[in-house]
Design a protein around this ligand. Structure first.
Ligand SMILES: NC(=O)c1ccc[n+]([C@@H]2O[C@H](COP(=O)([O-])OP(=O)(O)OC[C@H]3O[C@@H](n4cnc5c(N)ncnc54)[C@H](OP(=O)(O)O)[C@@H]3O)[C@@H](O)[C@H]2O)c1
Length: 268
């Protein structure tokens, strides 16, 4: 059995590759800069990526357009299962956010082969591998998150779930919701990282308009600023707040706490 891991250099894909290889599974790691070159924007790279593959870890691109043709090509080449990484609560999003993830959910459900959706809360690793890292290092993370609570999920748990689900047919037709064990405010998250790392850091609550202004001033395009504001609007509505039991059910142990993540990643 060979498993194709898309987004193989990314936050989750990198760890999915490592976990599957630890289990002795044959893995094809793919992305624009991986050992197998795969580019959503270049269909000529798809055939070699899907040849001889049984299951695909699907990390959706932002552009929904190539997803359905890719899924169709993969199924025609013999793929029997997709595990799609997505955002939790995409059914509440109604086109405001994550068009690529929504299309990936739709396309794998309609693929005619096995599928599982991993709808994830915000990753704890957004604080050290993504958009919130540079502002935190500069000592000020400013977001339109007010006092909203988010049960950040550790990417290591997402990857362990993905590796479990990719190698078993028991999860076909399931949509899981992956969260951490407790919902905390952004102020609490930043305070925890500051304490563990010993660096001065503060969380500043912005209005959506103030956030948009700051993103534009930092050079982000208007549509990216609007998309990020939509994500926080969905979070403020509370759709993602209550922790779920799916990581515990799937792994037989509780998900990692935010403090455990911070101590592993941010300690002095
Ligand atoms: N961050 C969160 O809190 C969160 C929560 C839930 C869901 N998600 C979803 O998770 C997905 C991102 O997954 P991630 O965080 O594991 O990855 P990531 O860290 O955002 O990295 C993106 C990956 O995609 C690859 N990639 C980028 N452009 C590509 C292209 N044109 N063709 C092929 N591969 C491409 C990159 O590798 P190369 O540069 O080598 O191509 C990299 O491996 C997104 O759909 C996001 O919406 C994120």
């Amino acid at each position: 059995m060979t498993i194709l891991v898309l987004g193989a250099t990314g936050k989750t894909g990198r760890q999915v590759v490592a976990r599957l290889r630890e289990q002795g599974v044959d893995v094809r790691a793919a992305s624009r800069s991986s050992e197998t070159r795969f580019d959503w924007a270049d269909q000529s790279t798809w055939a070699a990526a899907v040849r001889g593959i049984e299951a695909v870890y699907l990390v959706a691109p932002e552009d929904p357009a190539p997803i359905e043709p890719f899924v169709a090509q993969a199924v025609a080449a013999g793929v029997r299962r997709f595990v799609a990484l997505s955002g939790r609560g995409m059914d509440k999003v109604m086109g405001r956010f994550g068009a690529g993830m929504a299309e990936a959910e739709r396309a794998v459900r309609a693929s005619g082969v096995g599928w599982t959706i991993l709808g994830s809360n915000n990753f704890a690793q957004n604080f050290d591998e993504d958009l919130w890292y540079e502002p935190l290092l500069a000592g000020r993370l400013a977001l339109p998150a007010g006092q909203l609570r988010e049960p950040f999920v550790d990417v290591e748990d997402v990857a362990e779930v993905a590796a479990t689900v990719l190698t078993s047919a028991d999860h076909d037709g399931q949509a899981y919701e992956l969260s951490g064990p407790e919902a905390i405010t952004f102020a609490e998250a930043v305070e925890t990282i500051a304490k563990v790392s010993g660096r001065p850091m503060e969380y500043v609550a912005l209005t959506p308009a103030g956030y948009r202004e700051e993103l534009l001033a930092a050079g982000l395009p208007g549509e990216v600023a609007d998309e990020l504001n939509a994500l926080f609007e969905i979070m403020r509505e509370g759709h993602l707040t209550i922790p779920t039991g799916d990581v515990q059910r799937l792994l037989g142990r509780p998900p990692a706490s935010f403090t455990a993540y911070a101590e592993r990643v941010w300690a002095g």
